[in-house]
Design a protein around this ligand. Structure first.
Ligand SMILES: NC(=O)c1ccc[n+]([C@@H]2O[C@H](COP(=O)([O-])OP(=O)(O)OC[C@H]3O[C@@H](n4cnc5c(N)ncnc54)[C@H](O)[C@@H]3O)[C@@H](O)[C@H]2O)c1
Length: 347
């Protein structure tokens, strides 16, 4: 469905090679880059049934050793060392500018890859990864983990078959402890661009970004407006200048108004609108599963079956392309008195 929308040919939808993966042998998995995100991938892999975490790779020897010792696997210094351990599948959670080279090295050896979001530093590099995976017949999935947040799943269920009119997403918080070389659009908004595309099952056709840099070199405040091919209006409010984390989604449809807090996982819908202004309200049931565990289970299921993964490379590139367009079509205003420290900007 999404593949058709993106105009992908049959070769994009090919079943990947489930290869010599017999159902009764554990899948041998590894993680490249075990910083904040990668160490979580390693932890979750280590606890999955039918899966053996064989190793982690990181040039930070101390960090690799720590994760390996904690989880009982090998520590190696780079992707070459990990591939030599005969892994079937790997998560790539090294810094984004390394995704392309590391993913290509895995694919070249016939190893299935889960690449953390964003898929790559550029749309072109993302396409390179997709094409290599197609040629090699290996599974490529992109780590848009928010799709597996039970609150997001509840919102998606609530708006299924509804006539969606508008979506608003707020994703704000303090500066990350270590600044990477990307701003809030590539780091944070790409999650929500993916959600807007997924909620509407439609592509984003128009972007109207407003960006500003109040403290960081790159944009640290972004107000992004979109229109999808299906006519839905959407906006994302994101920044690194809020003292607390907030992740909220609202969706207006003709028949409902759905509100979700992605952190507390409370999802509420208003419905049954009456001419006198009254309406009904109910809390929706939301699951408790860890999103990363659901994501990795989905990845390994795709590896075993050869079916298309839950988040394809093409979807990862499509979201990156919209984020890149936001950066290209807006100048980054510098806040009038550039401040030395974070100040609250709550949207
Ligand atoms: N899905 C999400 O919600 C989410 C959240 C955070 C980060 N991410 C993504 O995960 C990736 C990593 O982000 P992070 O916050 O964990 O960064 P991080 O800096 O905490 O970790 C990156 C790790 O990669 C290691 N590394 C550097 N060069 C390497 C190489 N050549 N080979 C192997 N490892 C190498 C570093 O030593 C470090 O330990 C980024 O692409 C980021 O966008 C995704």
């Amino acid at each position: 469905m999404v593949a058709a929308r993106l105009g992908l040919g049959d070769s994009d939808k090919i079943m990947t090679q489930a290869g010599n993966l017999s159902a009764d042998r554990p899948l041998r998995v590894g993680v490249v880059g075990v910083g904040v995100m990668g160490s979580n991938h390693a932890r979750v892999f280590a606890g999955l049934p039918g899966t053996e975490l064989v190793g982690v790779a990181d040039p930070d020897q101390k960090q690799a050793d720590f994760v390996a010792r904690t989880l009982g696997c090998a520590a190696v210094k780079d992707i070459g060392g990990l591939l030599d351990l005969n892994v079937d599948a790997v998560t790539v959670a090294a810094p984004t500018h390394l995704h392309r080279d590391i993913a290509l090295a895995c694919i070249d050896r016939g190893v299935h890859v889960m690449v953390e979001k964003p898929i790559a530093s550029s749309v072109e590099e993302g396409h390179e990864i997709i094409q290599a995976a197609q040629r090699a017949g290996v599974t490529l999935m992109v780590g848009h983990v928010e799709r597996f947040n039970p609150a997001v799943e509840a919102i998606k269920d609530a708006i299924r078959n509804e006539d969606i009119l508008s979506i608003g997403i707020t994703r704000v918080g303090p500066f990350p402890p270590r600044m990477s070389n990307v701003g809030v659009v590539i780091d944070l908004a790409v999650h929500d661009i993916d959600l807007i595309r997924w909620f509407t099952d439609s592509d984003i056709t128009e972007v109207q970004p407003q960006l500003s840099s109040a403290v960081a070199e790159r944009e640290d405040i972004a107000l992004l407006q979109f229109r999808t091919a299906s006519g839905v209006l959407a906006h994302i409010n994101t920044n690194w200048l809020t003292p607390f984390k907030a992740r909220n989604v609202t969706v207006a449809t003709r028949g409902k108004y759905v509100m979700g807090d992605l952190l507390t996982r409370q999802v509420t819908e208003c419905f049954g609108f009456q001419p006198d202004g009254s309406y009904s309200m109910r809390h929706l049931s939301v699951g408790h599963a860890e999103p990363l565990r659901s994501e990795l289970l989905a990845f390994l299921r795709a590896v075993r079956t050869g079916d298309a993964p839950a988040v394809t490379g093409a979807e990862g590139v499509a979201s990156l392309e919209i984020a890149t367009r936001c950066l290209a079509t807006s100048t980054i205003a510098v806040a009038p008195a550039k401040r030395k420290g974070p100040r609250a900007v709550v949207g």
